[in-house]
Write a protein that binds this ligand. Structure first.
Ligand SMILES: *Cc1c(COP(=O)(O)O)cnc(C)c1O
Length: 362
């Protein structure tokens, strides 16, 4: 049995560190907005090279809080990718704005800047690129468009913790970056967690207020806020893992290189260019024989998955509203994409078994 991600191995490898960190929190009993949250935010900001890191309850909340803090609301349009997890568009709806879905680049699976420009109109207030699968979006051209049309840029970094493009970390380029610590993400905790990064002092202050019941001073409430905080147990776990994140991402990268070397002649492997460093949240390939490949892997108890089978404009929740648009690249990619198991501890033997199983059907 090979799972998509083996969280047990990472837990076993770091167990003494987790045990000590958790025991300290239990002894201290300051469970909300305590010292581990403070230290984690400092350490994460430093590692990512960004002025502020504000933790919150999930990646979905990070997107919601960032859009609120950026002043996006009813009547505003936010341009985003149709080839992403639903949370990206949900957050746009939470603030009362309208998601405008744009098609993707067929190689990187990220928003295509040329198509963004066509979708901009007088109601457009923000661009919300997603660094899908850990592959950084084309931030140079996205930021140029944002400057030209005076738009705010919120990055969805839920799958791209510490990925870089043009030597800048994702989440440090736009007005805000939104991270998820869902257990299976590159940096994951033992429950739900999220974080907004920003270099903007005002955005940071707004998020601090919104995540804590609209309050700057205890029991003084200035706006309707939310209860969206990372707790101390999650923060102490993230502090342990943060020390290893560069190595974890390198191990993912190395595993991806081994996959690609073994199967690039029979499938379309993930695209890499010189500008960015892909952190391989997922290893996602394209093949017209996807269903056959998946069957062969499943027969050998090897996990595999389709991220994502249905682009957002074709999801039931949006289908009526967006029935007149067609985004052919996403639709084509959704029909041929599949992801292989990837995690830092994946072994050469596992990769060998997976790639030879795939080769066996060609
Ligand atoms: C996981 C994910 C989210 C949401 O994060 P949660 O922590 O699960 O709320 C948002 N966007 C993308 C692209 C994701 O992969």
């Amino acid at each position: 049995m090979i799972p998509m991600v083996d969280l047990k191995l990472q837990y076993q490898n770091l167990k003494p560190d987790f045990d000590k960190a958790i025991a300290d929190v239990l002894k201290n009993t300051q469970f909300i907005l305590g010292p581990n949250v403070q230290e984690f935010e400092k350490e994460a900001a430093e590692l990512l090279g960004v002025k502020h890191a504000l933790s919150c309850a999930s990646g979905t909340d990070a997107l919601h809080l960032a859009l609120l803090a950026a002043g996006i609301g009813p009547g505003d349009e936010v341009i985003t990718s149709t080839f992403t997890f639903i949370a990206t568009a949900e957050a746009i709806r939470y603030v009362g704005a309208t998601p405008v879905f744009v098609d993707i680049d067929p190689k990187t699976f990220n928003l295509d800047p040329h198509l963004i420009e066509h979708a901009i109109n007088k109601n457009t207030k923000a661009l919300l690129p997603v660094h899908i699968f850990g592959q950084p979006a084309d931030m140079k051209n996205i930021m140029a468009l944002a400057d030209k049309h005076n738009l705010k840029v919120i990055e969805d970094c839920a799958q791209s913790f510490d990925a870089k493009i043009n030597d800048q970390t994702t989440g440090s380029i736009g007005l805000a970056g939104c991270h998820s610590f869902f257990p299976s993400k590159n940096l994951g905790c033992f429950g739900d967690g999220g974080m907004v990064t920003t270099n903007d002092d005002e955005i940071a202050e707004q998020i601090r207020i919104y995540r804590n019941h609209g309050s700057k001073v205890r029991y003084h409430h200035d706006v309707i806020g939310y209860n969206s905080r990372l707790d101390e147990l999650q923060a102490c776990i993230l502090r342990v893992k943060l020390q290893h994140i560069k190595q974890f991402n390198q191990q993912r990268y190395a595993a991806a290189q081994k996959y690609s070397a073994a199967i690039k002649d029979i499938v379309t492997p993930p695209f890499e260019d010189k500008l960015g460093n892909h952190v391989y949240h997922q290893y996602t390939l394209l093949s017209p024989k996807r269903d056959l490949i998946m069957k062969a892997l499943q027969d050998k108890q090897i996990a595999c998955a389709i991220y994502y089978p249905i682009p957002l404009h074709r999801q039931n929740v949006f289908a009526d509203e967006y029935k007149d648009i067609s985004l052919p690249v996403s639709e084509q990619v959704a029909s041929e994409c599949m992801s292989l198991p990837i995690f830092p501890e994946i072994s050469d033997e596992q990769i060998q078994l997976i790639t030879s199983t795939i080769r066996s059907i060609f």
